[in-house]
Design a protein. Structure first.
Length: 58
């Protein structure tokens, strides 16, 4: 019975799981934020590309 009670009190893996959950939430938030800015970023990079193409004459 002492092995089972020691197993229940062991919390060494809990911190790693919490950090994993936080990382997953940050990832979901980043995906959501980038999804909402997608059109603006696409337009910005297309404008930069067109400007560079015009400047180099390629």
């Amino acid at each position: 019975m002492t092995i089972f009670s020691r197993f229940l009190k062991d919390e060494s893996g809990a911190t790693a799981i919490e950090y994993g959950l936080i990382a997953a939430l940050v990832g979901v938030a980043l995906i959501g934020a980038l999804d909402t800015m997608e059109d603006g970023l696409t337009g910005l990079f297309n404008s930069i590309g067109a400007t560079l193409t015009a400047a180099t004459g390629s």
